[in-house]
Design a binder for this molecule. Structure first.
Ligand SMILES: [Zn+2]
Length: 462
């Protein structure tokens, strides 16, 4: 599958060089039958033609023509690049920083707090960069980062992630959410630090009202987050109702506050697991979320982490008209030891955990790619991108991913397959996979069977 590359010098019809920078040949594209060649010029998808019909000028171009990189997709699926709408890169890969003896007996919250007390900007930058590069290697070109801003971490985590963002700026777009993980009422020192972060490069304000003690304090937390959003003219990305518990009831409050302030389309609520167990008014809350155009990021990879967390009734929210997308959350940190940062895993888990039918896989794929991008960026209500429409189209920014599978279902069956990530028309990451099918007779011989052991029968390049 995606493997071979070469360069040649393309020209336009007059024999003059044009600005072609990348050509992908023989690609499968969801929504377009057959194989296609895709030409990318100046960072945009400029041309999509059935394979074999794209004019090739190899050998005839003027010597001053700009060389283009050619990727032979060999039937691989060329798709819109993935979006990671919810990650905590300040904490990513930090679990090993807490000795097991110290971690023993601590809950997740306490573990994470203990780890971040020792944050240094340099150490955070190193781990965050590792997480960013992992995301890019998995086909992600856009990521939203929540960063703890509180009296424990100060601004050290923020400074570290800022540095890491700068280091990966050419391969990954990163939004920064100033996140008061420890609360605002519980941690009064967080407020001034949040303001400092918003003045220093954070482009969203976060929150987690449920961490406060009692409903009045939780509502006050929501109000303060919205006040800061209005003062700094930034959008909101707020954690809400992280567990399946009846008392987790902030999603409705957030929707009401959004409508009261006229901030429709500017608020993302993540997790929102509480709605799973509302027996009385789940649909009522879903309707309010849709009316306020609060976007909801569900987190399927945190479905269970010692306690059941649920998946936020994505069907009901979608039926109500809300935009639902899928994020990752934690990655090998005090909150969660696992995590892969692989969008294919996110899709798979969302399908399974959300109870989607197999003919809804395209809808869930959309929640991790084009729909996620729309939810992050577009304040207009309608997500007009239809899941069944051609995934790659002329004129779009060439943030693309080439997978070693012919279609989406095959890709989901092989989340560890080859990946080429393209950002702005430039290849920014490539993962190749060599697959060896061992000779079954050799296994038989090793187990005492009659056939003599032979070398591996073949190597399939992927
Ligand atoms: Zn989170």
């Amino acid at each position: 599958m995606p493997e071979a590359t070469s360069t040649y010098r393309p020209t336009n019809g007059n024999g003059e060089p044009h600005m072609t920078s990348l050509i992908i040949t023989d690609a499968s594209i969801h929504g377009r039958p057959g194989r296609h060649d895709v030409v990318i010029e100046q960072g945009l998808v400029a041309c999509i033609e059935p394979t074999g019909t794209t004019p090739r000028t190899e050998g005839t171009a003027r010597p001053d023509a700009a060389p283009a990189t050619v990727i032979e997709a060999r039937g691989g699926l060329l798709a819109r690049a993935f979006v990671e709408p919810h990650l905590h890169p300040d904490k990513s890969f930090s679990l090993s920083e807490l000795p097991a003896a110290e971690a023993s007996g601590l809950n997740h919250f306490a573990r994470a707090s203990r780890i971040k007390a020792a944050f240094t900007p340099e150490q955070v930058a190193r781990r965050a960069r590792r997480a960013f590069e992992l995301a890019v290697s998995n086909g992600v070109t856009r990521l939203r980062a929540n960063i703890d801003i509180d009296s424990i971490a100060g601004l050290r985590g923020f400074e570290g992630v800022l540095q890491a963002r700068e280091e990966v700026a050419s391969i990954l777009d990163v939004d920064l959410v100033a996140f008061p993980q420890e609360g605002l009422g519980r941690d009064p020192g967080a407020y001034d630090l949040l303001r400092e972060a918003l003045r220093s490069g954070a482009n969203l304000i976060g929150g987690w009202p449920n961490v406060e003690e009692g409903e009045d304090a939780q509502r006050a937390h929501v109000a303060t987050v919205f006040d800061l959003a209005e003062e700094f003219d930034v959008d909101i990305d707020i954690h809400a109702d992280c567990w399946i518990e009846e008392r987790e009831r902030m999603l409705e409050v957030i929707a009401e506050e959004t409508m009261t302030r006229g901030l429709h389309g500017r608020v993302m609520a993540s997790h929102c697991c509480g709605i799973e167990c509302y027996h009385d008014n789940a649909r009522y809350v879903a309707d309010k979320v849709a009316e306020a155009d609060v976007r909801v990021a569900v987190i399927p990879l945190n479905l269970v982490d010692g306690i059941l967390r649920g998946l936020s009734r994505p069907h009901m929210l979608r039926q109500a008209g809300a935009q639902v997308i899928v994020g990752s959350d934690n990655l090998n940190d005090g909150w969660y030891a696992l995590g892969t940062l692989n969008p294919l895993d996110r899709i798979y888990m969302a399908v399974v955990g959300g109870g989607f039918a197999d003919d809804e896989v395209d809808a869930v794929w959309h929640m991790v790619a084009g729909g996620a991008a729309h939810a992050l960026d577009n304040r207009s209500r309608a997500d007009t991108a239809v899941e069944s429409a051609s995934d790659v189209h002329i004129g779009m920014v060439a943030d693309l991913v080439l997978l070693g599978a012919h279609d989406r279902l095959e890709a989901l069956r092989r989340p560890g397959g080859p990946v080429t990530t393209i950002k702005g028309g430039r290849v920014v990451a490539r993962r190749t996979v060599e697959e060896r099918i061992m000779d079954v007779d050799a296994f038989g011989a090793a187990l005492g069977g009659g056939a003599a052991a032979r070398p591996a029968r073949g190597v399939i390049p992927r």
